[in-house]
Design a protein around this ligand. Structure first.
Ligand code: PMV
Length: 369
């Protein structure tokens, strides 16, 4: 893999574009991901201030279909031509967001101006579940754009190059989306770290270090505590890290937590895994609470659930733990072999604290041997 890759490697010349008229349909499906080592704080053009590591999910995904047709002579090639449908309906709000994203890519990916684009997108999870879909949706879109480039410019023939570029473009749309382009890879990292060879801030990579059998088909049940839109967006949250007095301490902690987690993943050490994963979730939300202005994304139910998980773990000696993303929902993580007991516990004791009793059972993709 080439790791002297720079932004320039992802810029595309339109002169490669053939004169031939082309049209076609491209589809891609991208999973959601849940970060164990959190990305919180960025600089430059969506570059992370620390490395992150995530579990790839299976059941929560976005499916995107892109229809394209090359523009005729006389039509403007310096503008984005786009129509956007979400869950079978035209969606002006999302169309505007995607248009802005594509316009931001136009100077470096000028081929995007040479085609009419129609994009149809849908999620596997209910819209009202309060699950962030930006990671899966931006990843699916980025994969479609890479296939479009491949088709129009005859580039990206090499699979590794293809996925690197897809992750690069996804990152520009939403940071955590960089980690969602690899559907069948259970663990992904994004951000330069000496601990893992060949990592980059520009794009995410499949995790290539050893993973103990206990982590290979880990379960993630997502408890929907709130389905409301977050009071503070991730974008605003990242920006508040700039003046957070604990910022540097946090970035250092992310590096040391990552080191610990890598060892735990290799050794099958669920105790250290739990310690690191819960610490990352608590630190993320503590950073929010000591930002200026401060904000809280957890709800009362979030805390009740966390306490119940910790108590259950202690009493039953089952390695169940939680993590949180930037919101009130709780991801409950446990090994496949404890699936039965954990699901009974969730159904009986945690469901009452979920919004309308909703939770979604998910898991890491199973690696085919
Ligand atoms: O990708 P963003 O900008 O929505 O930020 C994601 C932030 C967290 O979900 C809290 C952490 C992460 O690494 O996914």
């Amino acid at each position: 893999m080439n790791f002297s890759v720079t932004d320039n490697d992802f810029f595309k010349e339109t002169s490669l574009l053939s004169k031939e008229e082309k049209k076609g349909t491209i589809t891609h499906k991208s999973p959601s991901n849940i970060a164990l080592i959190k990305y919180w704080g960025k600089h430059g053009v969506q570059l992370p201030n620390n490395p992150s590591l995530s579990f790839t999910l299976t059941n929560a995904f976005t499916e995107t279909r892109l229809e394209f047709a090359t523009k005729k002579e006389g039509e403007s090639k310096s503008e984005i031509s786009l129509e956007f449908w979400f869950e079978n309906e035209k969606n002006g709000k999302f169309e505007q967001k995607i248009r802005k994203f594509l316009e931001s890519l136009l100077p470096t990916q000028p081929f995007l101006g040479f085609v009419h684009l129609k994009i149809y997108s849908q999620n596997s999870f209910p819209h009202s579940a309060g699950i962030a879909s930006s990671a899966s949706s931006m990843a699916a879109l980025a994969l479609c754009l890479c296939d479009l480039e491949k088709n129009l410019l005859n580039t990206l023939q090499n699979e590794e190059e293809f996925y690197q570029k897809a992750s690069y473009l996804a990152r520009l749309g939403s940071g955590s989306a960089a980690r969602s382009v690899y559907s069948n890879i259970p663990i992904t990292t994004w951000g330069q770290t000496e601990t893992i060879k060949n990592t980059s801030d520009l794009f995410a990579s499949p995790y290539s270090l050893p993973i103990h059998a206990i982590f290979q088909n880990y379960q993630d049940t997502i408890l929907i505590v709130s389905a409301e839109e977050k009071s503070v967006s991730s974008r605003a949250g990242h920006a508040l890290m700039e003046d957070n007095p604990f910022a540097q301490t946090r970035y250092n902690l992310a590096h040391s937590n990552l080191k610990k987690l890598i060892l735990a993943l290799e050794k099958g050490d669920t105790e250290t895994f739990i310690e690191v994963v819960e610490n990352e979730a608590f630190v993320l939300h503590a950073l929010m609470m000591c930002s200026s202005p401060p904000f809280i994304l957890m709800e009362t139910g979030t805390l009740t659930i966390i306490k119940k998980i910790q108590k259950y773990r202690q009493e039953k000696n089952i390695p169940i733990c939680f993590t949180l993303d930037a919101g009130a929902n709780v991801h409950v993580l446990y090994p496949k072999k404890f699936e039965k007991e954990c699901l009974t516990f969730i159904e009986n004791e945690l469901k009452p604290f979920c919004f309308e009793g909703k939770y979604l059972i998910d898991q890491l993709p199973v690696i085919s041997k």
